[in-house]
Write a protein that binds this ligand. Sequence first.
Ligand code: MN
Length: 257
Amino acid sequence: MKRILVTNDDGVYSEGIRLLAAELRTLAEVIVVAPDREQSASGHSLTLQRPLRMQRIEEDVYSVDGTPTDCVNLGVLWLLADNPPDLIVSGINFGFNLGDDVTYSGTVSATFEGTLLGIPSVAFSQEVAENFSFAAAAGFARAFVELLCARKLPKDLLLNVNIPAGEVTGISFTKLGHRVYKQSVVEKKDPRGRRYFWIAGTPKWKNDEGTDHQAVSQGRISITPLHLDLTDYRGLDSYEWLLRGLNGIKGEPEERD
Ligand code: MN
């Protein structure tokens, strides 16, 4: 029987993770290690400045007072250290994790961490809309994970899955989309008259062909294969001019009169 570590960024008590774990338990041994509270937009943050506490909530369900990345580390390197999971599944997130947003996402970052630890990982996110339900997405996640479990997966497999609310019209493999503009900063005054800020705004997306955003806006489930090598390979060949200039630098303080 396969062993799956389930985590998320909405917290261990969220409906998305509860339904996901219940569906995956019909396929595999499922161990949930998830934050004890919401950690959305925590990105790939790792807690090093304070100790972490893990609490057993029920059989095979644990909470950690940290980030999704902390949960993956405690799950893989401690709780399941003797028998590591075959797969890490993160979600089901309350809301899309598309395009430029993926590095903010704790849901997706948990899968970044999974592949860094050598375990194939998949993130699931569900569009929030009126009368939406996690149930259909959880059913899809089960079928999807069943297909994955039937194969030997590469250690660096990293898939970001976004599921639209309402009727699904198809499934597409996609590339990350880009925002037209980023968040705005709202300035307000607190009751004591001091300024505070809130990062806000609803992202607008370029409707580029083949993107995750385009797929979900057409009612299709989007699957984006990701990898963590952030190298700009084009850049390796395009900075001759800078290297020439840098080679002229002696690397010692200039003598001044
Ligand atoms: Mn979230």
